[in-house]
Design a protein. Structure first.
Length: 279
């Protein structure tokens, strides 16, 4: 069977850092790679005022994601057309178009329709905390998990087409050790590492022992780097990762991490790739 992979995220650039190399690698191997993005990242940062204004940011970031998707070889990019909800506690949370205010029923139905049409073997989305707790990351995680199971149940959303049971659901899960290593390298260079202070708490970050797949993506790290650079409003000169020498960053970025969410993973399970053992 031809393999296909569906990645579901909240904002343009969510796909690049955690899965850019994996998506590129599968696309190179002939796997159909699909990407869903819930919003256009309308209230994200603007790294350089010449790139966008708050009014044009959504449109600009749509273009950036199209650039990244092309770089990674994504076969189809789908926007759900919700609005970026902003960080927790910001006024954008109240916007009626904000993704966090969308009815679960509506979002899940749309994702079910997409899964049943594309019929991916593997689906990937954020882990439950969405990396760092962004409300849209948590929301897309929740809706994708619900849709993954609903898509397989013919009694759910029958108007969205015949049921489809994908074989695996993965969470993208950048482990705690990555951030500790990043902090160590920045400290070595005498850089400010105050944004890593939260990792002093040993329960912060995804536990390394709950990573089931460590993808070696060194063969596509250049494509990942290019995809990140497509997102120039977010990955500007002041970005944390730009503070390390490029070669060092690329080496650190040459691995991507996933946790198997369904079927349930035995403790300590290690799989070489997302599709390992699937025909
Ligand atoms: Zn995001």
């Amino acid at each position: 069977m031809d393999h296909s992979l569906l990645a579901v995220f909240a904002h343009p650039d969510d796909e690049a850092f955690g899965t850019g190399g994996t998506l590129s690698q599968y696309a190179v191997d002939g796997t159909k790679v699909y990407l869903v993005c819930a919003t256009r990242g309308e209230v994200g940062e603007i790294s350089d005022p010449s790139y966008a204004t708050p009014e044009t940011l959504g449109q600009v970031r749509e273009g950036e994601l199209r650039c990244a998707a092309e770089t990674m070889g994504v076969a189809e990019l789908i926007f759900l057309d919700y609005r970026d909800s902003g960080m927790e506690g910001t006024p954008e949370n109240q916007d009626p178009r904000a993704f966090i205010n969308a009815q679960a029923e509506e979002v899940v139905a749309r994702l079910v329709g997409i899964m049943r049409r594309l019929r991916p073997q593997v689906v990937a989305t954020f882990e439950p905390y969405g990396g760092y707790g962004h409300p849209d990351h948590i929301a897309i995680h929740r809706h994708t998990v619900a849709a993954f199971h609903a898509a397989a149940d013919p009694t759910c959303y029958p108007e969205q087409g015949p049921a489809w049971q994908a074989e695996r659901l993965f969470y993208t899960a950048i482990p705690r050790s990555f951030f500790l290593e990043m902090r160590r390298q920045l400290e070595e260079l005498g850089e400010d590492t105050s944004e890593f202070e939260r990792f002093d708490d040993p329960t912060t970050g995804w536990p390394d022992e709950k990573v089931n797949v460590r993808m070696d993506i060194s063969s596509t790290v250049e494509a990942k780097w290019q995809a990140l650079n497509c997102h120039r409003t977010q990955f500007g000169p002041g970005n944390l990762f730009r503070r390390l020498p490029e070669e060092k960053v690329k080496r650190m970025m040459s691995q991507e991490w996933f946790a198997l969410a369904w079927p349930e993973a035995e403790p300590g399970l290690q799989m070489p790739t997302l599709f390992a053992g699937l025909c």
